[in-house]
Design a protein around this ligand. Structure first.
Ligand code: GSH
Length: 293
């Protein structure tokens, strides 16, 4: 194995060096707002402040799935939070999510607006509120919760571990890439075994656990994360592939992937969503046709 330069940690860590890497300029060792910034509020019951990363996509897929079922009370405005520009540290955003990470939701459907942060909590809040995308057999609720929380606990190894060191770190270091590739492949095998006997994560019903896991592991095996499909041999997880493709074909999933997207081809980017018609009229290719040509 190649050896990186040895680093001897000081007795007390201090924030005095530029770490490098793709997110170096926005990472800080302290919480709280860096600047005053008012957030816009639209007319719908749900106000989402987000970006179409896997954690963001979980929630836009859920909202689009609810609307697909004809649940009008799930209408939402989705506002773009550009985390590369540090917008997660604006004062109004931090009031909704003290952890300064997308996605963050304000539920304004009742007398008193309530904030919900953490993508898993948002999925659960919406699922319980509308009684949808939970297992039809109540006995399977603990199984669904287990997989939902499995995703919340596991994905940081995929994103913050594997993805960071494989795709974003300033150099390729063998030790962390090995460590997190091994763990990511182990997690894919966990899913592959579960999906060998189950159409969806908890059986025959498509639930919020599938939405949460698909946003990360489904998109990983479909080759959409970190340009790592070949490296991780994602084709070999045949049951995960079958499940990922089935979910990918859902219209609500296609729409959910577009909302708050500020990267990729212009026709796939619906940076803000305020109405169902926005998918036809307000994608970025329509808003800036000169950039398309
Ligand atoms: N556990 C959180 C994680 C959210 C998260 O890590 N969001 C990332 C984008 S995927 C973010 O906002 N990063 C900005 C930052 O770290 O400053 C959740 O699931 O909601």
């Amino acid at each position: 194995m190649t050896k990186p330069d040895t680093y001897t940690p000081p007795n007390v860590w201090t924030w005095d060096s530029e770490s490098g890497g793709r997110f170096a300029s926005i990472n800080r060792p302290i919480a709280g707002a860096t600047h005053d910034k008012e957030l816009s509020v639209g007319k719908h019951p749900f106000q989402l402040y987000s970006l179409a990363t896997p954690n963001g996509v979980k929630v836009t897929v859920m909202l689009e799935e609810l609307l697909e079922k004809g649940i009008k009370d799930a209408e939402y405005d989705a506002w773009l939070i550009n985390i590369g520009e540090g917008e997660q540290f604006g004062s109004d955003f931090v009031d909704i999510n003290p952890n300064s990470k997308i996605p963050a939701l304000m539920d304004r459907s009742g007398d008193t607006p309530v904030r919900v942060f953490e993508s898993g909590a948002i999925l659960l809040h919406l699922a319980e509120k509308f009684g949808e995308f939970l297992p039809s057999d109540p006995a399977l609720r603990p199984e669904m919760m287990s997989w939902l929380f499995w995703q919340m606990g596991s994905a940081p190894y995929l994103g913050g571990g594997f993805g960071h060191f494989y795709a974003y770190a300033p150099e390729k270091w063998e030790y962390p890439i090995n460590r997190f590739a091994m763990e990511t492949k182990r997690q894919l095998d966990v899913l592959d075994r579960q999906l060998a006997d189950n159409q969806f994560m908890t059986g025959a019903d498509y639930t919020i656990a599938d939405m949460a896991i698909w946003a990360w592991y489904g998109q990983l095996v479909l080759g959409r994360l970190y340009s790592a499909a070949e490296f991780l041999d994602v084709e070999s997880y045949e049951n995960v592939q079958r499940w990922a493709k089935e979910i990918d074909a859902r219209p609500a999933v296609s729409r959910g992937r577009m909302v708050n997207r500020a990267f990729g081809e212009l026709h796939t980017q619906l940076r803000e969503r305020h109405d169902a018609s926005d998918f036809d009229t307000r994608t970025q290719d329509k808003l800036e046709p000169e950039a398309e040509s």
